[in-house]
Design a protein around this ligand. Structure first.
Ligand code: PHE
Length: 333
């Protein structure tokens, strides 16, 4: 929740081509230019899109701070009406590109829900300030693989804390959201011997897995719950002892974190678990790391999660404290 105004700069503009409201929210540039994905989806109202941008950009500030990358937090939200045609989508993206360009490099975009490397290439006609172009165009391509790697690293630390082993073999794991990251996780976890239950608004994406509907998935009895879709979904009714996944802003509200901790549910803070994509992409495209070095950096999420879960305060409080320390010291190591 964003309770009071804390953002550096937020612009919502009615796209001149599309008539679609596009928001670029910069929460903080304290550690560097604001980085964050470009989310394109349908929202009931433009206010919902704006609110999402405010929350998501704040999460990016924490994500980058905890990850130790020299970037701040921002986000773009393209709030499409329903239904949308392909030409409206393209026009809305162009409008977003123009708005991102107006930030002059103080906000840098990447892929997010609803956008991918081809869209980043398309946006390049309007702005230089987007990451993750297709590899055929000199970019690092989709950030989904590294994001999934980061979640698996976080999961190992969570598994150790809850079950005393990093192995998921024989565990029942519920993956909610079979999009680009969720589907990779489902595949990898079942390859590691987990029994995967999948849920998605589009049931076709769950093919090959035991399937449940999204509404009941979050409170299903299981060993691990993996939120891999939109946020605002984790309340006190969770029944898995371990919750870790790539979705941003997972909790219904921040007050849920201590409630879960008291109930013995280990929730790995989303902005720690989901940082693999930004860590990999920014390390490669902004800091010049090679593939192996960037992936090695993604793997450090395991150690960060171990530290967060070893704290005597709840995991959210521990992770926020870690972020605040970085934000106030400006010393990134
Ligand atoms: N979608 C990513 C996230 O939420 C954002 C991102 C990915 C930004 C890759 C830049 C590069 O963390």
């Amino acid at each position: 929740m964003v309770e009071s105004w804390e953002h550096e700069e937020v612009v919502t503009r009615l796209g001149r081509r599309s008539g679609v409201p596009v928001t670029v929210a910069v929460h903080s540039r304290r550690l560097g230019p604001a980085a964050g994905g470009i989310r394109l989806r349908q929202y009931p109202t433009w206010q919902d899109g704006l609110t999402d941008a405010l929350r998501l950009s704040r999460a990016m500030t924490y994500k980058c701070a905890v990850a130790g990358v020299p970037f701040g937090g921002g986000k773009t939200v393209i709030a499409l009406p329903s239904p949308m045609s392909p030409s409206l989508r393209a026009d809305a993206l162009a409008d977003a590109g123009e708005l991102i360009a107006s930030f002059g490099g103080t906000y840098l975009g990447g892929p997010d829900i609803g956008t991918g490397p081809d869209d980043m290439l398309y946006l390049r006609s309007y702005t230089d300030h987007v990451f993750c172009l297709p590899e055929s165009h000199g970019g690092t391509g989709s950030s989904s693989g590294p994001t999934a790697r980061g979640v698996l690293a976080a999961l190992r630390a969570g598994m150790s804390a809850v079950f005393g082993t990093t192995s998921v073999a024989g565990r029942r794991v519920v993956v909610v959201g079979m999009g680009s990251v969720g589907s990779l996780l489902a595949r990898e976890l079942s390859a590691q011997g987990a029994s995967v239950v999948a849920a998605d608004v589009d049931p076709a994406r769950c093919a090959g897995y035991e399937q449940v509907d999204v509404a009941s998935a979050y409170s299903l009895p299981a060993d691990v719950l993996v939120p891999a879709a939109v946020g605002g979904v984790i309340g006190p009714d969770v029944r898995a002892p371990l919750v870790v996944g790539p979705a941003n802003n997972q909790l219904v509200s921040d007050d849920v974190a201590p409630v879960l901790a008291k109930a013995g549910v280990v929730w790995v803070p989303d902005f720690v678990a989901s940082a693999g994509g930004v860590i990999y992409t920014l390390s490669r495209e902004a800091s010049g790391f090679d593939h192996d070095a960037a992936l090695a950096r993604v793997e450090t999420i395991e150690e960060t999660v171990r530290t967060v879960l070893a704290s005597d305060v709840d995991p959210l409080a521990a992770a926020v404290a870690l972020a605040e320390r970085r934000l106030s010291s400006l010393a990134l190591t």
